[in-house]
Design a protein around this ligand. Structure first.
Ligand code: GLU
Length: 467
């Protein structure tokens, strides 16, 4: 048997972190067991589904690297199949036409509420026969009236629900369109899904889906319901807690591997280990290690992880993602030093790629103005002379390397009887526009000789215009 999992988002918004975690766990389970991972877009709600949202889901999955073996399948392409199954259920007597009007159902509900009963359909049309002419009834599933349904949940353990708690749910609306519980069951059956891994907001649907699957006489999949993700205030994670869309995390400078690592730890653990490569996640992942209770999303921890990945990841990998952020700033990173070298000098000080990109602009592009505070502190009277002397020494260097540049700075400080800072800081502001950069020798080596000399000239002129 091939282990088959699926991620089945409804395209009614962006791919949020909760969905991404469900996708990740389903993906990991399939990858661990040599199985198949399917992407299924549940777009039957025509009013709420949008192409934009489908695109956002596909983009999010691609960015996270969650590749699927089959799909994306679209439920709207399966309407004929759903109709076929609905007809089969009718023919078997496991479904029936229901002619109750909206008003009637509303009244039933009001009465039940008044009697403090759980609102549920009373089965009035259970005995209805073949379709009446000129009518547009809904179709209901004939739920068993006694016995229990037991969900053997791989995360939560056994959950038992009495059938008398479940009413006859609508599987086709009056216009003939199928409803969620029916479409999920049909697709899970046709796609031979062996493990349904999804958020625990679907637990209430599960006994109903099991009953339909039993009526269709197919083997049940295993179920694993993942606990919710909450914000720090204990409420279900939402926009008001900050970024929740996967692509927003990209925009804010997170690496996909850091987000995946964060998500895998959200509700799952393997000893005390915090950092997992994707290969390790696949190696160690097990559904029975998933927590039963909800997890709280902690932005600071994600930021910490991101910094770890930026510092310790393969610089070429970090550079590939940084390149996108440079592009966002209008910079083509091929117009300057190798981005991989920039990553190497910047990564200790950058918690996000947005920070890294912003503080790397001067490697590629002339800055517009000097930072005011840095000017006050470092472009003091006489600093133009220091810069002019530096220029004289730098222009004759035969090799433009960090080592040679370092020597020039050290020597000049000694000759002028100044401490290193008095030489290096004005130089730093001249080259970077601010008082913060990686080691100055390395910075100059990366900026290049031509740009360095031009920026020293610009700074000398600027200082002279001040004083
Ligand atoms: N389409 C459902 C949702 O987005 C998921 C259904 C399922 O996983 O069974 O919540």
């Amino acid at each position: 048997m091939t282990i088959t999992t699926r991620f089945a988002p409804s395209p009614t918004g962006y791919l949020h972190v909760g969905g991404a975690r469900t996708a990740l766990f389903s993906w990991l389970y399939a990858r661990k067991h040599g199985g198949k991972f399917i992407l299924r877009i549940e777009d039957t709600d025509l009013e709420r589904s949008t192409q934009e949202s489908v695109d956002a889901i596909l983009e999010g999955m691609a960015w996270l690297g969650l590749d699927y073996d089959e799909g994306p399948f679209y439920q709207t392409h399966h309407f004929d199949r759903y109709k076929e199954i609905i007809q089969q259920l009718l023919a078997q007597g496991d479904a029936y036409y229901c002619y109750c009007s909206k008003e009637e159902l509303e009244q039933l509900r009001t009465d039940q509420m008044a009697n403090k009963e759980k609102p549920r359909y009373n089965g009035k049309c259970r005995a209805s026969g073949p379709l009446l002419q000129d009518s547009e009834p809904v179709i209901r599933f004939r739920n068993p009236t006694d016995g229990v349904v037991v969900i053997h949940d791989l995360v939560k353990g056994d959950i038992t629900v009495a059938n008398k708690e479940l009413d006859d749910l609508i599987i086709a609306r009056a216009d003939g369109t199928p409803t969620y519980n029916l479409t999920v069951v049909v697709d899970d059956m046709d796609m031979k899904v062996t493990h349904v891994i999804r958020g625990d907001d679907h637990i209430n649907n599960t006994p109903r889906q099991i009953n339909i699957l039993n009526a269709l006489k197919v083997k049940l999949p295993d179920y694993a319901h993942l606990p919710m993700i909450l914000g720090p205030d204990g409420a279900r994670l939402s926009k008001r807690h900050g970024a929740v869309s996967v692509m927003q995390f990209r925009d804010e400078g997170y690496l996909p591997d850091a987000l995946l690592n964060y998500l895998v730890r959200l509700g799952w653990s393997h000893g005390d280990q915090e950092i997992f490569s994707v290969d390790e996640m696949v190696e160690f992942f097990a559904l029975n290690d998933v927590n039963v209770s909800a997890s709280i999303f902690n932005m600071e921890k994600l930021l910490w992880l991101n910094h770890q990945y930026i510092m310790n990841g393969d610089p070429a990998h970090v550079a590939r993602h940084l390149s996108w952020h440079m592009g966002q700033l209008g910079i083509d990173p091929s117009d300057g030093p190798d981005l991989i070298d920039v990553v190497k000098v910047q990564r200790e000080r950058s918690k996000t790629l947005v920070e890294m990109a912003a503080s790397s602009v001067y490697f590629y592009k002339e800055f517009d103005s000097y930072e005011e505070k840095a000017v006050k502190k470092n472009f003091t009277v006489g600093s133009d002379q220091v810069l002019a002397r530096l220029r004289d020494e730098l222009v004759v260097l035969t090799k433009w390397t960090a080592q040679e540049i370092h020597q020039v700075i050290v020597n000049l400080a000694e000759v002028l009887g100044l401490n290193m800072g008095k030489v290096a800081q004005p130089l730093r502001v001249a080259i970077c526009g601010s008082g913060v950069s990686p080691a100055i020798d390395v910075t100059l080596a990366l900026v290049g000789r031509e740009k360095t000399l031009a920026r020293i000239d610009r700074a000398i002129n600027y200082i002279r215009s001040l004083n």
